[in-house]
Write a protein of this length. Structure first.
Length: 326
C-alpha cells in the first residue's frame, strides 16, 4: 500500500497475496490512522527477501507467466537464496547485493548468473510496483551471455530434420516455418487453430506484441490435421504442464544433433534461422517484428543480416529509381 496521510507518505507491505485482501488491510490501517493509532504501522513491516520471493513473488509468477518463465524464476530464486541474500529486507537490497550475488555463484555461466539477476530485478520491480519498497535499484546483467543467433544452412536443416524423432520433428518444422518461439509451439491448443481460415492464434505469450496471428503453411497444415486427436493440446505430454516442454524435447534435440553431425546449436536457433531468412528475402524489419512478436524493433535488428548481394541490390534499385527521373 502507498498513500499519504496528514502529509506523511505511508508505504508498507500488506503481506497479502491478492488485491482484495490488500485493500482490506489498507482500509483497516487508514481507519486506525484516523483514530490516531499510529502504532498500527509497526505491525506491517517490510518482508525479508527470502520470504517475499517464496510467499509473494513465486506464487504471483506461477499464475501470471508462462511455465518456462516460472521455472526460470524458480531457479533464479534458488540461486539468490543460495548466495545468502534471503535474510535481508527487500527495501535494503542494493546494486552491491546484485554484485555479491554474482560473486556468490562464480562457477556458473554468464547465462545462469543473468537468470539470477533477472529474477532479482523482476522481484524488486514488482516490490516497487506493489508498494513494498521505494524505487528499485537498477541492476545490470553480466556480459558474456551466449546469444542464440546461430543460423542454419539449408543443408543443415535437411540433415537435422531427418534425424529428429517425434514430436520434436513436427515442432522444429513449425518453428522453421513461422519463426515462433519454441515455448509458443509447445503450448499450442486446438482452439488456437483455424484450419479453414489458414491461420493460428498465438494467445498465450509473454507480452501484448507476442499475441498475434500467423498463417498456417502447407507443411504445418499436414502436421495439425495429423495431430488433431483427443485432448486440448496439439503436443500433449504426461507432465505438470500437460504438453511438451523444454525438458521433454531436450534429449530429442541432443540425439538429432549427434545423428545428423551438424555443428551443435540451441533449439532457439531454429527461430533465429526462420527470422533471418525473412530478412534475407527482403522483408522489412517492421513486418518481421510483427511476425516474431517483438515489442521493440531493436530486438528485430538481431535477425537482419544484410549480405553483400542485398546491399548491391539496394543500390541497384536506387539507381533505377534515380534513372527513371532523368
Amino acid at each position: 500500500m502507498k498513500f499519504k496521510f496528514q502529509g506523511r507518505l505511508i508505504r508498507k507491505a500488506t503481506k497479502a497475496t491478492d488485491l482484495k485482501t490488500a485493500k482490506q488491510v489498507e482500509g483497516e490501517i487508514r481507519s486506525n490512522l484516523v483514530r490516531g493509532e499510529w502504532g498500527i504501522l509497526e505491525k506491517v513491516s517490510v518482508p525479508l527477501l527470502g520470504d517475499f520471493l517464496s510467499k509473494t513473488f513465486l506464487p504471483f509468477c506461477e499464475t501470471s507467466v508462462r511455465s518456462l518463465s516460472y521455472r526460470n524464476y524458480q531457479y533464479g530464486c534458488k540461486l539468490i537464496l543460495g548466495a545468502g541474500l534471503g535474510g535481508k529486507p527487500v527495501d535494503k537490497i542494493t546494486n552491491l547485493d546484485a554484485m555479491n550475488l554474482v560473486r556468490g555463484i562464480p562457477d556458473k555461466s554468464p547465462s545462469t548468473k543473468n537468470t539470477a539477476l533477472r529474477t532479482l530485478k523482476r522481484a524488486l520491480r514488482l516490490a516497487e510496483e506493489w508498494g513494498v519498497t521505494g524505487r528499485a535499484p537498477r541492476i545490470k546483467l553480466v556480459s558474456g551471455e551466449r546469444i542464440r543467433d546461430r543460423k542454419l544452412s539449408q543443408a543443415e536443416k535437411d540433415l537435422y530434420l531427418r534425424a529428429c524423432s517425434q514430436p520434436w520433428k513436427d515442432i522444429a518444422i513449425i518453428i522453421l516455418e513461422t519463426g515462433m518461439r519454441p515455448g509458443e509451439v509447445f503450448s499450442l491448443r486446438k482452439e488456437d487453430l483455424q484450419l479453414r481460415g489458414g491461420v493460428l492464434h498465438i494467445r498465450r505469450s509473454k507480452s501484448e506484441a507476442s499475441r498475434r496471428w500467423l498463417p498456417i503453411t502447407e507443411r504445418m497444415n499436414e502436421i495439425f490435421n495429423r495431430r488433431l486427436g483427443e485432448g486440448e493440446w496439439i503436443f500433449p505430454a504426461e507432465n505438470r504442464d500437460g504438453h511438451v516442454n523444454r525438458d521433454t524435447v531436450k534429449k530429442s534435440h541432443a540425439a538429432a544433433i549427434t545423428k545428423s553431425q551438424v555443428l551443435p546449436f540451441p533449439p532457439y536457433a531454429l527461430r533465429h534461422t526462420a527470422l533471418s531468412e525473412l530478412g534475407e528475402a527482403g522483408t522489412d524489419p517492421f513486418t518481421i517484428a510483427k511476425i516474431a512478436g517483438h515489442t521493440s524493433i531493436l530486438t528485430t535488428q538481431r535477425y537482419i543480416h544484410p549480405s553483400k548481394e542485398s546491399v548491391e541490390r539496394a543500390f541497384r534499385k536506387r539507381g533505377v529509381t534515380e534513372g527513371s527521373h532523368s
